[in-house]
Design a protein around this ligand. Structure first.
Ligand code: FES
Length: 151
């Protein structure tokens, strides 16, 4: 007569603990690997068939001669309407060291409060240390809405 205990197939406390520790280790490894993977290969917010990411706001939100700061693509951006015909949308992150630029209502341009950088409404550098223009987005008015999209 043979029993499981005699054949060595009986579950043991040590076997159970090894299995439990193995599962705990695997769960812990997933907890480390997943965030690292998400950091190295970030999620792209584009939907299939949607080649550009865009935002829309009522045209009245940006009166002529003024600017409005918004968040676009998860970063500060500015939309400006210097006159009836023109509209511009730029990244509001200074190309020098990354401060957020401000609207200069008197000069109808942008300035950086950190080191005195200056930009025109098209993003061109007018002065100060910024090494390159502010990145621009496309901006247009459609059916009483301002539509901003990736350039
Ligand atoms: S961060 Fe804008 S000028 Fe330095």
């Amino acid at each position: 007569m043979t029993t499981d205990a005699m054949s060595g197939n009986e579950p043991t406390r040590r076997g159970f603990l090894d299995l439990a520790l193995g599962l705990l280790g695997a769960i812990s490894a997933i907890g480390v690997v997943y965030p690292v993977g998400m950091y190295l290969w970030p999620r792209v917010d584009k939907k299939e068939g949607d080649e550009t990411r865009s935002m829309k706001l009522p045209v009245g939100d940006v009166p002529i001669g003024e600017a409005k700061f918004v968040r676009f693509l998860n970063k500060p951006a500015v939309i400006m309407r210097p006159n009836e015909q023109e509209i511009y949308a730029l990244s509001a992150v200074c190309t020098h060291l990354g401060c957020v630029v401000k609207w200069n209502d008197a000069g109808k341009d942008l300035f950086c409060p950190c080191h005195g950088g200056k930009f025109d409404v098209k993003g061109n550098v007018l002065g100060g240390p910024p090494p390159k223009p502010l990145p621009s987005f496309t901006a247009k008015i459609e059916n009483e809405y301002i539509v901003v999209a990736e350039a």
